[in-house]
Design a binder for this molecule. Structure first.
Ligand SMILES: Cc1cc2nc3c(=O)[nH]c(=O)nc-3n(C[C@H](O)[C@H](O)[C@H](O)COP(=O)(O)OP(=O)(O)OC[C@H]3O[C@@H](n4cnc5c(N)ncnc54)[C@H](O)[C@@H]3O)c2cc1C
Length: 424
């Protein structure tokens, strides 16, 4: 008997909706697995929440937002216009369901379990950042020299010492230092700092630079990136999702089909998922950042002012201040009081004057789930569609890890981290 002719197997195709840190990372690992990949976005790569992050890549900051005592703290904060957390109440059953799930997740046991899952995904991601930078696949501002978490009250620092011991037992390199010792190592900080934790494994990087560099690498690998296309609904063949119906900038309908469609639309993912009856518990959590030119006396590495939930990050030629979390739907307005609170929170700990003559203000929407765990994988009972959304405060940190996990789920390869906790 003659040998059977080998039939060349068509490589599988993926349509990735969303060119933020998450969508681009999914595209990268699917392409590396040999898939034909197309990415579409209504705007330019990285111009969603990925644009203005604080740039922290921080496995040690993996505490879910809901935790013991958080609900009471949030209620107290809501009485103040300039507080780090705020909800604008509205009659919205999705928000009510989300808040109910949030309060249920705010227990010590769930918070500690959540920490483990988030830290595993962040750790995987950070290893991948290291690998891709070392192999010159990516080129953007990135430094892994640790990060500071500083406290303005003795009580805050006292609690942080306990947290340091907790993190130390879980293998994170962490030092707890009194105010003077912190200032000796980071002279940019003034005497309001009572103490701080130095998290030796943290890194910081410029997230827009990451997205732009990854988009260049994708194009080099033969991935098509289409901008100016807005996804409207998913397309079906029977029960199977086979792509998406989109609209170009002039409102003309366009269809794109693929074997797998990945929804990576950040805070906007629930709208599209709903067209396939998939409910994603994600709320847009608005945050602000202000970017100024680099100035003498700026910190050398990222500093999180823990009591104010404000982060100061140097990115070479610029410095960014970021913070606040506001559940107010997709309201894009920049609340001046809250925005100023971010800048004031940063100025409060710095010795140097901050140049505010040319600052770039920004507001963006984190895609936040009630448990803070992202949704990664295939919704149960669905074919042809994968979700990669809901990364909240950690989407830049967890981008490459999420991309790798999505590719492993799509191809059936053994997963690098347990995907079960993230199943949509
Ligand atoms: C103030 C602030 C500071 C932050 N700091 C950090 C940090 O230090 N470290 C960290 O890890 N994370 C941080 N984050 C969180 C991080 O920004 C997000 O988790 C992450 O950017 C989410 O990435 P994404 O790709 O899911 O979403 P996005 O970056 O928002 O991307 C979604 C994309 O989908 C596109 N899109 C939406 N709807 C449609 C549609 N219908 N059709 C076509 N395209 C569409 C958008 O244009 C966008 O490009 C911060 C967030 C904020 C707001």
């Amino acid at each position: 008997m003659g040998r059977r002719p080998t039939i060349p197997r068509r490589s599988r195709s993926a349509l990735v909706l969303g060119a933020g840190a998450i969508g681009l990372s999914c595209a990268y690992f699917l392409r590396r697995a040999g898939w034909d990949v197309r990415v579409v976005d209504r705007g330019r790569p990285g111009h969603g929440a990925t644009w203005g992050t604080a740039g922290l890549l921080c496995p040690a900051h993996s505490q879910p937002v809901p935790g013991p005592g958080v609900v009471w703290k949030a209620l107290r904060w809501m009485l103040r216009e300039d507080s780090p957390f705020r909800i604008r109440w509205r009659a919205d059953p999705e928000l009510a369901r989300w808040l109910f799930a949030f309060t249920r997740a705010a227990t010590r046991a769930r918070s500690e379990a959540g920490f483990g899952h988030l830290a595993a995904l962040s750790g995987l991601s950070l290893r991948l950042f290291g690998e891709l930078l070392e192999r010159k696949r990516l080129d953007f501002f990135f430094e892994r020299r640790g990060g500071w978490f500083v406290f303005l009250t003795d009580a805050g620092f006292h609690k942080a010492r306990e947290e340091a011991r907790w993190l130390g037992r879980r293998g994170f390199p962490v030092e707890a230092l009194e105010g003077d010792a912190v200032r000796e190592r980071e002279p940019a900080l003034n005497r309001t700092v009572r103490g701080g934790l130095f998290l030796g494994g943290d890194a910081h990087g410029f997230s827009l630079g990451f997205a732009e560099s990854l988009a260049r690498e994708l194009e080099r690998l033969g991935v098509t990136i289409e901008t100016g296309l807005r996804a409207r609904t998913l397309l079906f063949d029977g029960e199977t999702v086979v792509g998406a119906r989109l609209e170009d900038d002039g409102g003309a309908p366009v269809e794109r089909t693929a074997d797998e469609t990945v929804i990576a639309l950040g805070a906007w993912s629930p709208r599209l998922a709903r067209t396939a009856d998939i409910r994603l518990p994600i709320q847009p959590a608005k945050g602000y950042s202000a970017t100024v030119r680099a100035f003498p006396g700026a910190p050398a590495i990222a500093v999180t002012v823990a009591d104010r939930k404000v982060i100061i990050t140097p990115f070479g030629d610029r410095v960014r201040f970021a913070g606040t979390l506001e559940l107010a739907g997709f309201d894009p307005t920049l609340n001046r009081v809250r925005y100023r609170a971010v800048i004031e929170g940063a100025r409060r700990v710095l010795r140097a004057e901050v140049p505010l003559d040319e600052e770039t203000p920004w507001a963006g929407f984190r895609p936040l789930t009630p448990t803070s765990l992202p949704l990664i994988g295939r919704p149960s009972g669905r074919k042809g569609v994968l979700i990669a959304a809901g990364h909240g405060m950690l989407g830049f940190t967890q981008s490459l890890g999420t991309g790798k996990l999505i590719a492993e789920i799509a191809t059936g390869a053994p997963p690098s981290v347990d995907p079960a906790p993230f199943r949509p």
